[in-house]
Design a protein around this ligand. Structure first.
Ligand code: AMP
Length: 190
């Protein structure tokens, strides 16, 4: 199973990606997590990424595409994967298309989670208090939602046109949402 999970910040992508990874026995790959790990460990990649993540801006495509390409080449991806937080703009869609064409491994589906802005703001404020992410301040949250609306949300149309989109309501109990996603995916991919 090769999946993307898309949706605005705070909609629960990371939580659902981890559950899907367990359900299907595939790795969940989050570009945000890869950047945070590198920032924490002060690697060269981390130092470069930090100047963008701290402002709620996208890290340049060249850097981001390379980390995804390297990650998809790892051994644990043979049975599939779920990408969380990538692609985030039209140029990353093109880059991913090229990577998957090279690997001969097409996408199976794109899970789109959505929720009202009020719910998203509330969840992110809660996460800020719990996890202390440096990009969960009110200003940066607003910027990230704006970046999502402008650059990432239009990609849902792209994948919709390809017949890959599975749209799920992201409001409700975590396990109920997970069950909705799995039912929709199994119906689509079976
Ligand atoms: P996330 O945890 O997915 O919200 O990502 C946190 C931050 O990492 C984002 O606000 C961006 O600065 C950066 N980032 C994550 N994924 C990408 C991506 N696909 N392209 C560019 N920047 C990204």
């Amino acid at each position: 199973m090769r999946l993307l999970i898309m949706g605005p910040q705070g909609v629960g992508k990371g939580t659902q990606a981890a559950k899907l990874a367990e359900h299907y026995g595939i790795p969940a790959i989050s570009t945000g997590d890869i950047f945070r790990y590198n920032i924490k460990n002060k690697t060269e990649l981390g130092l470069e990424a930090m100047s963008y993540t701290d402002k709620g801006e996208l890290v340049p495509d060249e850097l981001t595409n390379k980390i995804v390409k390297d990650r998809l080449a790892m051994d644990d991806t043979k049975n599939g994967w779920i990408l969380d937080g990538y692609p985030r703009n039209a140029s990353q869609v093109e880059a991913l298309d090229a990577m998957l064409a090279d690997l001969g491994t097409p996408l199976d589906a794109v899970v789109a989670l959505d929720a009202d802005r009020d719910v998203l703001m509330e969840r992110m404020a809660k996460r800020a208090a719990e996890q202390g992410r440096t990009d969960d301040t009110p200003e940066v949250i607003a910027k990230r939602l704006e970046t999502y609306a402008q650059e990432t949300a239009p990609l849902l149309d792209t994948y919709g046109e390809r017949g890959l989109l599975v749209a799920i309501d992201g409001v409700g109990e975590i396990d109920a949402i997970q069950a909705d996603i799995v039912a929709a995916l199994d119906a689509k991919v079976a």
